[in-house]
Design a protein around this ligand. Structure first.
Ligand SMILES: [Zn+2]
Length: 147
């Protein structure tokens, strides 16, 4: 319903804009219908081009926004020492890109190399079964001593 109203309103606007063209055609002694219909056709062509252009711009903006959001999501802020002056800098790191940052102190460009380090997983002490067994045994011994 909303689109129907918009389309009707657009057609009325096209007709209202075309009327003066028909009048000009009439004043110049030409066929007013040809002038009016040419104005209608011209508005449809210009409208179509305008819609295509604005859609393309809008789509590009959406794509750009999505790309920026994706970069924001995949980036990680780390504190890194400048390779020139050793001052701490907060740098944004993205895994699938060459990462560089400009030092806030000496304004030199730094390149960030990412190294991967593997380590063993660790459990909290109280969840470790060996420690639990020892604690249980000690508690049992203490209970036994009390009795
Ligand atoms: Zn520096």
């Amino acid at each position: 319903m909303k689109y129907f109203v918009v389309a009707l309103l657009s057609l009325i606007i096209v007709a209202v804009i075309s009327l003066p063209f028909a009048g000009i055609g009439l004043l110049l002694g030409h066929n007013p219908y040809i002038w009016g219909l040419s104005a209608v056709a011209g508005q449809f062509i210009i409208g179509g081009l305008w819609n295509t252009l604005t859609n393309k711009i809008l789509r590009n903006k959406i794509r750009q926004t999505e790309l920026l959001e994706e970069i924001e999501r995949s980036s990680k802020y780390v504190i890194l020492n400048c390779a020139y002056c050793s001052v701490n800098n907060e740098a944004s790191i993205i895994l699938n890109q060459d990462n560089k940052f400009t030092c806030k102190n000496c304004k030199q460009r730094n390149k960030v190399d990412i190294n991967y380090v593997v380590s063993r997983t660790t459990e909290p002490v109280l969840q470790n079964n060996v420690i639990k067994e020892i604690i249980d045994k000690v508690e049992k011994d203490e209970d036994g001593r009390e009795k």
